[in-house]
Write a protein that binds this ligand. Sequence first.
Ligand SMILES: Nc1ncnc2c1ncn2[C@@H]1O[C@H](COP(=O)(O)OP(=O)(O)O)[C@@H](O)[C@H]1O
Ligand SMILES: [Mg+2]
Length: 336
Amino acid sequence: MVAEKQNDLVEIKNLKKWFPVEKNFLDQFFAGRHLKHVRAVDGVSFTIKRGEAFGLAGESGSGKTTIGRLAIGLETPTEGQVKFDGVDLSSLQPEALRKMRRRMQVIFQDPMASLNPRMTLGDSISQGLKIHFPEQAATHRDTALSIMEKVGLTPPNYFFNKYPHQVSGGQRQRVVIARALITRPELVLADEPIAMADVSVRAMLLDLMVQLKKEYSLTYLFITHDLATAKYICDRIAILYLGQIAELGDLPEIYSHPMHPYTRALLAAVPVPDPHSRRTQNMPEGEIPNPIDPPSGCRFHPRCPFAKKDCTEIQPQLRELRPGHLVACHYADQFG
Ligand SMILES: Nc1ncnc2c1ncn2[C@@H]1O[C@H](COP(=O)(O)OP(=O)(O)O)[C@@H](O)[C@H]1O
Ligand SMILES: [Mg+2]
């Protein structure tokens, strides 16, 4: 019997990841059960539908990368659950997890750091085939050449034998994209995939990712700190603040009816929501607080111009205030 495909490819429930703060042995001994933790991810729930591009946006340190790594089983949760195609990743034995992970690939931010400098581009791209399909060795080179063509590394025969330092930054990012797609994944985690690329090639890389998504029926978990980029590629988006979701919904809905003061501030800082523009955005006033000791009540209250007394005391829950549009703010109704 063939199992029915789940409409929700990824289901994340009450996900938490707390990292113990590094301390020396004596401090740890005396701190005992009061050992401090960085609450990198602190109770996050969302689903990613098959075929959609789901965005995670937020300032640096808000927990985006950690959620991405948890979503594809590179980290184990402190609490909560990640299901991929209906299967709880924590229930899988290492071999079964390895097989499952072929269906999820990653495009990291820094192509120079994620490519082996001593491997040719062709070998780097084919690596996943060697690991996951060793029995098809005879076809690996042709498969690599055809995916290289698809990502614009043409002529592929020329690029196959080059090394990372011999090509441009934009071309290296194409290599990373080709390497991720060669095993025909269903889910692609793209963690700030264009942040390190030259401004002049960013739009081209985004266009390529949009086109490949269609061609290979991919589902994206797309991480960015830049809302203009998110607008270009995402169907739905979650706005993260200090390890929690502040607001979540369809892209056009969030942009036309932002309800969380944090989202509103972020959007106000993007005057031209267009990745082709060279303007950079400013984040709201104030530092993002330390996730070791997050503020009481609403975590955004120290930076929120509308904060009232209960915002400092009661943590707001995510509520659906418009269809499919969830907001964690006591007073969001007044901003919609
Ligand atoms: N392995 C780790 N050990 C300790 N702290 C970590 C680790 N990974 C991330 N953190 C901390 O968790 C928080 C969230 O980090 P991260 O997920 O990388 O955020 P983002 O990708 O949004 O910048 C940060 O405060 C970061 O310093
Ligand atoms: Mg990150």
